[in-house]
Unconditional design. Structure first.
Length: 159
């Protein structure tokens, strides 16, 4: 009887790529497989061959000699129907945690959202959206908020 062995991180490791008439067939170390449709790649030149230089990147070799790369996580969307949902859930959890930390630091500083907006130069509505987990801030926004709170940016990002 054969037994399956799970390799930690296998969902990130590509093991095989193959150019087909309609796309690029991919397989991962955990046996998830699927096809990336050529139409979805929006290539300006004809695709001549695909290569797997390492377990995390697919190289697309185009007619004019140009090489484009596809990262493992883009390919994973086509091989694992649940990957997008899990990625979105993880992103939502991250936004929620960041929002909670921002709100905690703001309250510890004794600031209202309006006061933090004035100190940081970030719009109050943006602060509301970040604190509620509805919006991911740009790096520049994080820098401005950390300065407005007088807190190192690393403390905003990490528990």
């Amino acid at each position: 009887m054969a037994t399956a062995t799970y390799v930690q991180g296998a969902e990130r490791m590509l093991t095989r790529v193959e150019l087909t008439a309609s796309g690029i067939w991919v397989r991962f170390a955990d046996d998830q497989a699927g096809e990336i449709p050529l139409a979805g790649l929006k290539l300006k030149e004809e695709l001549r061959r695909v290569k797997l230089p390492n377990p995390y990147v697919i190289e697309l070799h185009l007619e004019g000699g140009q090489v484009k790369e596809i990262p493992w996580d883009y390919a994973r969307h086509y091989a694992d129907a649940n990957y997008r949902r899990r990625s979105e859930e993880a992103s939502m959890r991250g936004r929620k945690h960041l929002g909670e930390r921002l709100q905690r630091f703001r309250r510890e500083a004794g600031l209202s959202q309006e006061e933090l907006a004035k100190k940081s130069g970030v719009g109050r509505v943006t602060i509301v959206r970040i604190e509620s987990g509805d919006q991911s801030p740009r790096y520049e926004t994080l820098v401005a908020l950390s300065k407005g709170l007088n807190v190192p940016i690393a403390r905003l990002l990490l528990d």
